[in-house]
Write a protein that binds this ligand. Structure first.
Ligand code: GAL
Length: 788
């Protein structure tokens, strides 16, 4: 029989009891209330049936009101222990719950976990009823989602949640599982690789912790490194050395044939660790890893010995409608957009540890990661600081095997100098993982702080200048000589002439966003002291601080729905045309007679609308031929003079429309004289329609899985319009549930938006999504929900 860890999902069949009345003050939940909630006497039959990941309150994509979730909530999950778990040690594992969770089983409190972004577990072996498949066990989870908890990144009263530039809707927002292991089991594996670049000296140390080891036990721990079914290397260690500590180090050499993990070829290997006691195999655990060398030097970043510019973005891990509570597929999709559509090689998980599914995708796609503990411009008291230490330990324990992670944040985002605290966090990170670079992000006056104890200087650079046209644009501060330096954030509406970068904004605003990226990356690429630049921010995000539009911060390359904006054109075009030919205008083709006149404040009207005399087109072609109707407007080439360092500089063309022009835009792209691509944009709205485009057409019928369906008003060529007054009625039939506003008003989103469709547990079948508007009738998308 297999000795692998057994575990089952507890994601379905939760009962949600809603708000807990009078739960006590922050950081001191009323013990009587907790006792009442965990007692069996509290009825839950009429509580609402929910699945996790779950957020306690319904949300739109905008105008989030933190008061709707900043309360205390209660969940219940009844379960029976599967037969093959019997006689084993049993644990309940939570992926994360926002922000403090008090967990009880069958009336007994198991413990509390403080912190909303990392996993926690409780052993329930002695409390669980496992006698028969019918024994009912009751798990009660009280979730405190108030803001004034003394738990990072939160801030005690009287601070409001708007004092952080991100929102944290409460709930059990990641998966919950029941896990069975033998009495003596592998409880933790710490992975350390050495000398990755030298085939002869390359080796790994696996620190294996064993729980429940009795003194005098004899046995071995074996490690196999596998490529699929093929074992590349093995080593074993006798348990003698574990006496007293319950831990052994297994050294694995002979790794000559290992292929390196790289951003272009992210090779991954499986590690299988097995425990044998008295000649009997008892337990097996697995993880996935990769070999690479990542080094920051004063002249840039080196991956496997090759200097590589870190083109990247920051990412927040929450979504419209559900907050953090999206299934794995949806988190993974973000990594794909960042790597495949935006051509990034790096992402910063701002400003907290993100889901394992997102990081799994980063490992698989070759997307480098900066991961950091939760924090934002605030450091609390010593109890709060102890929780940061707890988070650092949990983050590194969870993720250190991942080749994608190259930076651990050891200093919280944009916090003032706190030498003692940061000496502590730095020492802790280095003790736990001496192999990785540490960093932290400085900003404003801390640009030249002398009290920076970490390896890599991360700077959030929002300096600006005024250009020749009198417009504000980013200007990077001189990097620090002699020290590794990364622009951990730069470019946002803070460094632009406008306060918002919305899809529906006029073409000059859209192009300004793209120009900001072009100028800043060009500058950073031209000076090897910059390891790279991670733009603020990958996707728009809900927040109630500073410049926002209806509670949405709009500095994203993509909107909250993860649909890329025209301003993202520069990122999109930085790819070898052998891989993908890109012709991407940095503006929406949306002449105002089609609805946008108001957006221009009367500056451009009627047929004379245009993206201007310097319309920006981003492409990896070497020549573009631009037409308006039949009229050949210009033959243009990348402006390498202005942007000498960008691999694919943008091209510019005068697209001022004349009275007589046919407002149909065509761009032909050429490489070495050969036509390689054409984009067409219609000026005639009579061919417009509503398109519904799912990212994938198959999901799992587990009641948790969901897929994004993009709704967009498109022209006859399928190109998105930038504005529309359409209000869309949505209908989902079959075993699916709509996650999204309905009806959906596209006016505020620039004619493009998305909803998600979730499966129904145990009900496979065909899901039909129908979208209708009075002017276009209805259009459908068909999904298949597959039995799992
Ligand atoms: C930075 C901060 C980000 C975000 C950004 C907005 O200072 O680190 O989280 O708030 O400003 O422009």
């Amino acid at each position: 029989m297999s000795t692998a860890t057994r575990s089952i999902s507890l994601d379905t069949d939760w009962r949600f009891g809603g708000e807990v009345p009078l739960p006590g003050i922050e950081d001191a939940l009323d013990p009587d209330v907790l006792a009442r909630l965990r007692s069996e006497a509290t009825k839950d039959a009429d509580w609402t049936a929910v699945t996790v990941p779950h957020t306690v309150t319904p949300l739109s994509w905008k105008l989030w009101n933190p008061e709707s979730w900043e309360k205390v909530w209660v969940y219940r999950r009844h379960f029976a222990v599967p037969e093959d778990f019997r006689g084993q040690r049993i644990f309940v594992d939570f992926g994360a719950a926002m922000t403090t969770a008090v967990v009880s089983l069958n009336g007994t409190e198991l413990g509390q976990h403080r912190g909303g972004y990392l996993p926690f577990s409780f052993e329930i072996t002695d409390l669980v009823q496992a006698n028969s498949e019918n024994s009912d066990n009751v798990l009660t989870v009280v979730v405190d989602s108030r803001f004034n908890l003394n738990v990072p990144p939160n801030i005690p009263a009287p601070a409001l949640s708007s004092s952080l530039d991100y929102l944290q809707p409460g709930g059990i927002h990641r998966s919950v599982r029941l896990r069975a292991v033998p009495a003596t089991f592998i409880s933790q594996i710490t992975t350390t690789h050495h000398d990755a670049l030298d085939p002869d000296r390359r080796r790994s140390t696996f620190g294996v912790a064993i729980d429940g080891l009795t003194s005098g036990a004899s046995g071995t721990v074996r490690v196999d490194l596998r490529d699929g079914e093929q074992v590349l290397a093995s080593a074993d260690v006798s348990l003698d050395s574990a006496a007293g500590t319950g831990a052994v180090d297994v050294e694995l050499g002979g790794l000559r044939d290992v292929q390196l993990w790289d951003v272009d070829d992210p090779r991954l290997y499986d590690v299988v660790v097995s425990l044998t006691l008295d000649g009997q195999p008892v337990h097996e655990e697995r993880l996935r890893t990769g070999y690479r060398e990542a080094r920051f030097e004063p002249d840039g970043f080196y991956l496997n010995g090759t200097r590589r510019y870190l083109l990247g973005v920051n990412r927040h891990g929450y979504f419209p409608f559900t907050g953090f509570a999206m299934p794995d597929r949806v988190h993974r999709q973000d990594a794909q957009i960042i790597k495949r559509d935006l051509n990034c090689v790096m992402v910063r998980c701002s400003h907290y540890p993100q889901t394992e599914s997102f990081l799994d995708a980063c490992d698989e796609l070759g997307l480098l990661v900066w991961e950091e503990p939760p924090g934002w411009q605030y450091v609390g008291d010593s109890a709060w600081q102890d929780l940061i230490a707890q988070d650092i330990e949990a983050m590194i324990a969870r993720d250190r095997h991942r080749p994608s992670i190259i930076v651990w944040g050891a200093r919280l985002n944009e916090t003032p100098d706190r030498p003692d605290f940061y000496a502590r966090t730095e020492a802790l990170v280095k003790k736990l993982d001496p192999t990785r670079t540490t960093s932290g992000t400085m900003h404003g006056e801390y640009a030249r702080t002398q009290v920076f104890q970490h390896d890599l200087f991360g700077y959030d650079d929002y300096h600006t200048t005024v250009d020749e046209r009198g417009e504000r644009r980013p200007l990077l501060l001189e990097p620090i000589d002699g020290r590794p330096y990364l622009l951990s954030e730069a470019i946002s509406t803070r460094s632009s002439p406008t306060t918002l970068y919305r899809r529906a904004d006029p073409a000059d605003v859209q192009q300004h966003q793209a120009l900001d990226y072009a100028y800043s990356h060009d500058e950073a690429m031209g000076d090897h002291r910059f390891a790279g630049l991670l733009a603020w921010v990958g996707f728009d995000y809900e927040a109630n601080m500073g410049n926002h539009h209806r509670g949405v911060k709009t500095s994203g390359l993509g909107d909250v729905f993860r649909v890329l904006k025209p301003g993202a054109a520069i990122y999109r075009s930085q790819v070898d045309p052998a891989r993908r030919v890109v012709i991407e205008p940095a503006f929406t083709w949306n002449p105002p007679e089609f609805g946008q006149a108001n957006a221009f404040g009367g500056r451009a009207e009627g047929r004379l609308w245009s993206p201007g005399a310097e319309a920006m087109i981003c492409s990896n072609c070497d020549r573009l031929e631009v037409y308006l109707g039949e009229r050949h407007v210009a033959s243009i080439a990348p402006d390498r003079e202005r942007f000498p360092h960008l691999p694919y500089a943008p091209s510019f063309v005068d697209l001022t429309l004349a009275e007589t022009d046919d407002p149909e835009l065509r761009i032909d792209g050429y490489l070495d004289g050969k036509l390689v691509g054409t984009r067409r944009f219609s000026g005639d709205r009579s061919g417009d329609s509503l398109a519904l485009t799912p990212d994938e057409t198959e999901i799992l019928a587990d009641g948790v899985d969901a897929v994004r369906v993009v709704l967009a008003v498109v022209d006859r060529y399928g190109e998105a319009r930038g504005s529309s007054r359409a209000v869309v009625d949505l209908e989902v039939s079959g075993p699916g549930e709509l996650i999204g506003d309905n009806p959906f008003d596209l006016d505020d989103t620039g004619a493009v938006a998305a909803v998600w469709v979730r499966s129904v547990a145990g009900e496979p079948g065909r899901i039909i999504v129908r979208a209708s508007t009075p002017e276009w009738g209805s259009t459908t998308a068909i999904l298949t929900s597959r039995a799992n």
